[in-house]
Design a protein around this ligand. Structure first.
Ligand code: AMP
Length: 425
């Protein structure tokens, strides 16, 4: 099913107006399929990850239904509850609800751990229609009777597989059990491990099933390439690539929190505006980093896999895998951060000798080889984004230094083999 506009999907004028001001011209496939069925009240099983437009696919019908039903708002008794694995994702879903619902008289609040609960309790006491929450803090507040779920008529579990990975599934089950039985339930998950399939079967009634493959598989344009490089040469390679002004909003991935801090520090020393995002940072520091990146004040965000999940920054021009992930699925999630909702993007990976097995696993999962970056670089040739006159020789007139330390030996590129063409997947 395709649709060229939001007109035929059954959304009210205030919502369509909000979409116009967001500059959403065309619904994404999951929006076309989900919105009309959710407005009718169906349950839904959505196999979809971030980047497909899934948030709007559930937020718009929820806003539409609640606005039509005009339910009485009462303290501590939300009508719609959305559970998300991380505070970043919860915050962003909350922000989307506010953006889409600005023409409607509906109130929402976001609840997550790691910050004081006072403000959250106050919001609940004043009464909210829509509550977006991470499971741990929500259960805490439930145990303290600051919130009840007996008025929840729409329940959404977002990124259910991630909630399972993060050990939240028992909390989720407790919350679901406390919700009223007559309700509409939506479950979104990028993958369907047995525990999630079982949960879906238990809590969904005759769900519509929508399967939107990840961007990488569904043919969105992501230019992927890999540099074979020694670990100690990665910094030089990174700064050389960042000399390209076309890299205007860059998400750099590391495997560890310390790695993220180290790369961020080194980039700052090189006079590049960078922020780090990982779970060791205090919540307000994370919000600040993300805001600096989102506003463009920081051109580069260095993040770990978990921290980056759910962050919603449109128009990321490049994803750089400074370290390859040891789980191939993470690669797909990482590169899906660029080329979001139809825009093109580039993903560049650095692969040192110890990471070769990770690359093989990734290629096994995606069923495509990742193109080896231009082999001229292996010969100490021009660096992308640099003016050819300057890249052929250093200011001292010498050939530019190769990335990798050992002289006379190419360290990235495929040992002098002709480069494969860039794969636009
Ligand atoms: P999501 O998959 O919900 O995380 O959304 C991914 C990104 O796409 C977000 O930045 C949304 O604001 C954006 N988006 C969602 N739907 C559309 C649409 N129909 N047109 C343009 N951008 C969209």
């Amino acid at each position: 099913m395709t649709s060229d506009s939001f007109d035929g999907l059954g959304l009210s004028e205030p919502l369509r107006r909000a979409l116009r001001s967001e500059n959403y011209l065309k619904p994404t496939p999951i929006q076309v399929q989900a919105i009309p069925r959710l407005i009718e009240g169906s349950d839904l099983l959505g196999i979809a990850q971030t980047g497909t437009g899934k948030t709007a696919a559930f937020a718009l019908p929820i806003l539409q239904r609640l606005a039509t039903q005009r339910l009485q708002r009462s303290p501590r008794r939300p009508h719609a509850l959305i559970l998300a694995p991380t505070r970043e994702l919860a915050g962003q879903i909350g922000e989307r609800f506010r953006a889409y619902g600005r023409g409607l008289d509906l109130r929402s609040a976001v609840i997550f751990g790691g910050v004081g609960q006072g403000q959250q309790v106050r919001a609940l006491t004043q009464g909210v229609d829509i509550l977006i929450a991470t499971p741990g803090r929500l259960l805490d507040l439930y145990a303290q009777r600051h919130v009840s779920f007996d008025a929840v008529s729409i329940l959404v579990l977002d990124e259910a597989d991630r909630m399972l990975d993060m050990g939240f599934i028992r909390d989720v089950r407790k919350i679901v059990a406390a919700c009223r039985k007559e309700r509409q339930t939506l479950l979104f998950s990028a993958t369907m491990p047995p525990d999630i399939a079982k949960l879906a079967q238990e809590i969904l009634r005759n769900p519509v099933r929508i399967d939107v493959s990840p961007a990488i598989v569904s043919g969105e344009r992501i230019d992927q390439s890999v540099y074979f490089v020694q670990a100690q040469a990665k910094r030089d390679l990174l700064t050389a690539l960042l000399a390209d002004p076309g890299m205007d909003r860059v998400l750099v991935f590391t495997r560890t929190k310390h790695g993220a801090d180290r790369v961020c520090k080194f980039l700052r020393q090189a006079d590049l505006s960078a922020e780090a995002l990982h779970g060791n940072k205090a919540q307000n520091a994370r919000v600040r980093s993300l805001e600096a990146f989102r506003s463009g004040r920081a051109r580069i965000l260095v993040a770990t896999d978990i921290a980056a999940r759910g962050i919603d920054v449109p128009l990321i021009s490049h994803v750089i895998n400074y370290e390859l992930p040891n789980e191939p699925e993470s690669y797909v999630h990482r590169i899906g951060r660029t080329a979001r909702a139809g825009a093109g993007g580039s993903a560049i990976s650095f692969c040192d000798p110890s990471e070769r097995p990770f690359l093989l696993a990734i290629e096994g999962l995606t069923k495509r080889p990742v193109a080896v970056a231009d082999h001229r670089f292996a010969q100490g040739g021009p660096v992308p984004g640099r003016h050819p006159d300057r890249s052929a020789a250093t200011p001292s007139g010498k050939r530019p230094r190769r990335f990798g330390g050992r002289r006379n030996k190419p360290v990235f590129g495929s040992k002098g083999a002709p480069a494969r063409s860039r794969a636009a997947i």
